[in-house]
Design a protein around this ligand. Sequence first.
Ligand SMILES: N[C@@H](CCC(=O)N[C@@H](CS)C(=O)NCC(=O)O)C(=O)O
Length: 200
Amino acid sequence: MGLALYKYDACGYCQAVLRAIAALGIEDEVELRDTLVDPRWRKELVAAMGRATVPVLRIEEPDELEETSVRWLPESKDIIAYLYERFSDGKQPPVVDATAAHRVATMAMWALLGAGVFFTELQAPLWFTACFIGAIRSFHNGWRTKGWFHHAIGVVFLLASASIVLRAYAVVDLPWWYFAYGLIGLLFVGGLLFRLRLRR
Ligand SMILES: N[C@@H](CCC(=O)N[C@@H](CS)C(=O)NCC(=O)O)C(=O)O
């Protein structure tokens, strides 16, 4: 009886399910169907669910009459719970909420950036810390979702934090706001490309 996971790589929720599959060692049990790589999977998913949201697990199982029936299971948390239930004797999946950590990091970043506007004498260390947190957050996101786009934002944040230090120690006066323009441009182009891919 087959299992198939409808997913795409840049989706963090899909990565959470893939991590559970790896942790359970059931890679051979679940066929991966990337909806961005093969439009056939996307069409099949929309036909079944009415929308293209991933991850969704397609479950083939015998019904009461021993005939094969198909069930579609959305929601990453429910998929992970199902896989643990079925392949790990009901043992519960570990609770790792990276999304909560990211929310805290984003709030800390904005708080530090804001504080730097008011406490001008501490601006350099405050903004450096904010950009550094931004870099770590983006690199972690890139690692989680295998997305080049997050890595690119991470590099911009890293360059911004370097420019703040170099400027503070009067090594070179790099106009740091160019990095901000770069970041906004990257966000815009990346967001546009991603939406176009989703619509294909
Ligand atoms: N609560 C859902 C969220 C799923 C979700 O937001 N998926 C995004 C990608 S990470 C998606 O498919 N968005 C495009 C769409 O809905 O068409 C889950 O945990 O599985």
